[in-house]
Design a protein around this ligand. Structure first.
Ligand code: ADP
Ligand code: TRP
Length: 326
């Protein structure tokens, strides 16, 4: 048991099918932590996703599936409140207030913006302003701990800076949040060896069917060493994934790599077997829960109402502090 007095919050963008990188980098942590905090809040960051998902049916499907996916991997709705960001418009109101105390050059230093600029992409104002909405999401609830993947660290720092700045200008209001990053699983590699990411098309979906898992694992890129050649486990993508799925066999597989006593084909077959075993119960639970969609939709709605009241209390104080209440 960690700290029963603290508040945990994290957001999930409804941008499509989750993959095992999302699972180990983020989703699993949320499940593991669900007993440890006085309050755990997980929200579907639909307004964040609107920067890239601009299609009504796709948006609706994705939002629903975030909730479905988390429930399928073991999120307990009695312990964690899962809600939609757009059900709590106070987030966008607070983001607007943060915009007024933040400068353009400051936001231009954000990694996401710099990457887009380096690629000569024309980004939306929504994307540029993404860190301010995220700061609002976090600071709204006096969050202590934000479990995220390593790539989100800078966003949490921006939220802290923003809290400090507001507190300095208008008086103490916001708590400084901390990221929670599991370093050893910080970056799960994809089938091409780069970071697994939807944008690189190199993912193994978290709820994949068995034949899809077989096909994807077999296509993992390796070097061309033969069965009898010694191999470096630490630079091999297949082995990096074994670390996540092949608990019992790991020591033996590593030894066989070093001795030149295993080919990549066999290594991949073992990995595929273990991934299939791992994913099966999640996939089955998901099919089960999906039969009763309305239960999930109603849960999101009720939670949205509950959280909106909480956010409104915070915003009353914020409006008071900035001097718009007469
Ligand atoms: P993607 O890169 O596939 O679009 P997102 O940006 O939607 O993934 O990430 C959602 C969450 O999953 C974030 O907390 C992110 O840090 C984490 N995450 C994404 N890819 C990986 C990965 N390859 N390894 C570890 N964590 C990851
Ligand atoms: N930016 C996060 C991601 O891409 C999603 C997110 C939005 C979030 N608001 C948040 C995460 C607040 C944690 C806290 O994964």
């Amino acid at each position: 048991m960690r700290d029963k007095k603290k508040i945990l919050l994290s957001g999930v963008k409804p941008t499509g099918v989750p993959h095992i990188g999302n699972y180990f980098g983020m989703m699993k942590q949320v499940i593991n932590l669900q007993n440890d905090y006085e309050e755990s809040l997980i929200f579907v960051a639909d307004y964040h996703a609107l920067n890239t998902i601009q299609n009504k049916e796709e948006m609706k499907k994705n939002i629903f599936e975030v909730a479905l996916d988390y429930l399928s991997i073991g999120l307990d709705p009695k312990k964690v409140t899962i809600f939609k960001q757009s059900d709590v418009p106070q987030h966008t109101e607070l983001a607007l207030i943060f915009n007024t105390i933040t400068t353009m050059p400051y936001l231009m230093r954000a990694h996401a913006f710099k990457d887009a600029q380096a690629k000569n992409k024309e980004i939306s104002i929504g994307t540029f302003d993404y860190p301010m909405l995220m700061a609002a999401d976090i600071l709204m609830y006096d969050t202590d701990i934000v479990p995220v993947g390593a790539d989100q660290k800078q966003h949490i720092e921006i939220a802290r800076d923003t809290a400090e700045k507001f507190n300095r200008i208008f008086g103490e209001e916001f708590k400084l949040p901390k990221p929670l990053i599991l370093e050893d699983v910080a970056t799960v590699p994809g089938i091409d060896g780069q970071k697994m990411s939807k944008s690189y098309n190199n993912t193994i979906p978290l709820f994949a069917e068995d034949d899809e898992i077989d096909k994807l694992v077999m296509s993992i890129v390796t070097n061309s060493k033969g069965v009898k050649e010694a191999k470096n486990a630490e630079t091999d993508t297949v082995f990096a994934l074994h670390k996540l799925f092949s608990d019992k066999e790991l020591v033996d597989i590593k030894k066989r790599y070093e001795e030149g006593n295993i080919g990549y084909k066999e290594s991949k077959e073992i990995l595929a077997k273990n991934i299939k075993k791992f994913i099966k119960p999640f996939r089955e639970k998901r099919v089960e829960l999906n039969k009763d969609k309305i239960v999930i939709i109603n849960m999101l709605k009720e939670n949205g109402e509950k959280i909106r009241e909480k956010a409104e209390k915070k915003m009353k104080r914020v409006r008071e502090k900035i001097g718009v209440i007469l």
